[in-house]
Design a protein around this ligand. Structure first.
Ligand code: GLN
Length: 203
């Protein structure tokens, strides 16, 4: 199994380490690589888009052609993908006006986001979250994160904070407004690897 972390900017090494550790715990023989080109996209069985700065990440994705290739593989092959924070923004089909500053998104989840919902007013904080079917009491680390303002179709809310949606899933696609890679809690990464394993077995 090969997992690719979109490697232009942001919490890349943290996801790298969390996926590697989760593979070990689950006894999955695998490799983690960084995605920086369409050719990298073709090598992987699952993709993680880290938190960071969605304007920067989207520009690199667009300029390298990786954007189009990721969207194609997800749509055509149902390739599993997980986005955290800025990565969550990249999965959304649209959102508030600040989305205009990005170079577009993958638009592969039927949800809208508010790019800096947990921005200026609260900046960074940690709160316990319940993520449906994945984890109770999960440490939710928010760093100028987005919120999910609307889900439709097959996209479902799987976690809320004070009534605001902060995680959603759509089949094998997973979007989180917080940063599981910064916690040492591997439950969400393990869950993602199980999705990838199941997808690979079906192929
Ligand atoms: N607010 C950031 C953005 O719009 C995301 C913050 C993060 O990923 N920690 O890109």
């Amino acid at each position: 199994m090969i997992i690719g972390i979109v490697g232009f900017q942001g919490a890349v090494s943290e996801h790298f380490d969390a996926i590697s550790a989760a593979m070990k715990v689950l006894k999955i023989k695998g490799e983690v690589i960084e995605i920086r080109s369409p050719a990298d996209v073709d090598k992987v069985d699952g993709i993680v888009i880290p938190g960071g700065e969605s304007t920067t990440i989207s520009r690199h994705l667009r300029a390298t052609g990786a954007m189009g290739r990721i969207a194609e593989r997800v749509k055509n092959e149902d390739l599993p993908i997980m986005g955290t924070c800025a990565g969550c923004i990249m999965l959304a089909k649209g959102g508030d006006r600040q989305m205009e500053h990005t170079a577009g998104t993958l638009a592969i989840m039927d949800m809208l986001v508010n790019r800096n919902a947990f921005g200026r007013q609260r900046e960074s904080f940690e709160v316990k979250l319940e993520v449906k079917k994945i984890a109770k009491d999960f440490p939710g680390v928010f760093i100028r994160g987005p919120s999910i303002t609307e889900v439709s179709g097959n996209c479902k809310a799987i976690c809320t904070l004070d009534g605001t949606i902060v995680a959603a899933s759509q089949g094998r696609r997973l979007a989180l407004c917080f940063h599981p890679e910064l916690t040492g809690d591997l439950r969400i990464h393990k869950h993602f690897l199980k999705i990838v394993k199941e997808w690979k077995n079906k192929k």
